[in-house]
Design a protein around this ligand. Structure first.
Ligand code: SAH
Length: 349
């Protein structure tokens, strides 16, 4: 019989599962799973030995295995390739900023969105990650940092996958992460990045979880956006921008529009002009991201000059823009590239 996985259960779910034990046992176990880095029941030294042995036969702790770790030369970025028990592998990235440690997690194994510049979607979607698996990515990094007396301070859901098409699991993970028996992370320290799944943005407003929303725009008109991002034929630019504006109004939080600059495709002054026009008056930031070239895709990064000109145009036309500091490009920290290479090598070690 398959053992039941305890990792990812809420405290209430643990209490229900262990209903024949005193309630404080569930609390102890939650602490071991989420705050004390236990990988086995044997390590749970404040549980009676016979209980640990009994748990061993009935339950498992569904955390991933580390199969690759890459550190950037400047020591600021560490990328982990993590594998779950069914062999599904995802990327999780730790970025050490001056404001704290940020973890970037994957929300799905692969992606079905089909964006033309992205490595994560090359082989489609394998499956969703569960709430427990997403939480396990974060706890993995938090455990990793504990050795250096540090912790995860902020979360971005910007790795492999489209988080808003895995909505229920995403929400359950965010609620779990907010609990004091896990990281007690404030929703304000969380950023969700989406390619613009309009009904799910509406739903996020209704859930009243005030995370920061980041919308991948990448083009200032429907024609170009549809060419780069197939999802644009389901939700047009106008609808996406309206959803972003509604989100900003409902939460009072500035929406970030991500805009990858692709050499000769969307990086001219005319594109900057169109972008400034469609974002005029919005409570928004634009984050310009120089393309990280993907071997399988035929796109070029922008020139230094076109990045600066685009940036300058926006900032002199009342649009708040920043250029993303590239972290860890040399270790394939861009979305999905490490996993894609690992798959390509047929190395399922
Ligand atoms: N599906 C979500 C989150 C994952 S992608 C979304 O679309 O936002 C996270 C960010 O990385 C997105 O803005 C995505 O467009 C960007 N990205 C994907 N491929 C990239 C590449 N080759 N270079 C730079 N950024 C890339």
């Amino acid at each position: 019989m398959k053992k039941k996985n305890l990792f990812g259960l809420t405290l209430t779910e643990l209490e229900n599962e262990l209903a024949d034990l005193p309630k404080f046992r569930a609390k102890q176990i939650a602490a071991w799973l989420y705050r004390r880095g236990a990988k086995s029941f044997d390590e749970m030294s404040d549980l009676p030995k016979d209980l640990r042995a009994d748990f061993q036969t009935r339950y498992e702790i569904g955390t991933p295995e580390l199969i690759r770790q890459l550190d950037s030369a400047d020591g600021l970025t560490t990328k982990f390739l993590l594998k779950f028990s069914d062999g599904a592998a995802v990327e999780t990235v730790l970025m050490r900023h001056d404001y704290g440690n940020s973890v970037c997690i994957s929300s799905q194994v692969g992606c079905q969105m089909g964006c033309k510049f992205c490595a994560s979607t090359l082989k489609g979607l394998e499956r969703n990650l569960t709430a427990g698996e997403m939480l396990a990515e974060i706890i993995f990094v938090n455990d990793f940092l504990r050795g250096a007396n540090q912790k995860v301070d902020t979360l971005v859901v910007m790795g492999i996958g489209e988080p808003l098409t895995n909505f229920d699991n995403l929400l359950k993970m965010l609620r779990l992460l907010h609990e004091n028996y896990t990281l007690g992370l404030s929703y304000r320290k969380v950023t969700i990045s989406t390619c613009g799944i309009v009904p799910a943005i509406r739903q996020l407003i209704e859930e009243k979880i005030p995370v920061t929303l980041s919308i991948s725009l990448h083009a200032p008109n429907d024609k170009l956006r549809s060419e780069l991002m197939p999802i644009n034929s389901a939700f047009s630019l106008r609808e996406v921008l309206q959803a972003g504006e509604n989100y900003a109004l409902a939460t009072g939080r500035r929406v970030t529009y991500e805009y990858i600059l692709i050499g000769g495709v969307n990086d001219t002054e005319e594109h900057a002009r169109q972008l400034a026009k469609i974002l005029a008056g919005q409570l928004a930031n634009v984050n310009l991201i120089p393309l990280n070239p993907v071997d399988e895709r035929n796109f070029q990064p922008p020139s230094h000059n076109s990045i600066q000109k685009f940036f300058h145009y926006l900032n002199t036309h009342k649009i708040n823009a920043t250029i993303r500091k590239e972290m860890g490009a040399e270790i394939n920290a861009a979305c999905g590239q490490l996993r894609s290479k690992w798959q390509g090598a047929g190395d399922k070690g």
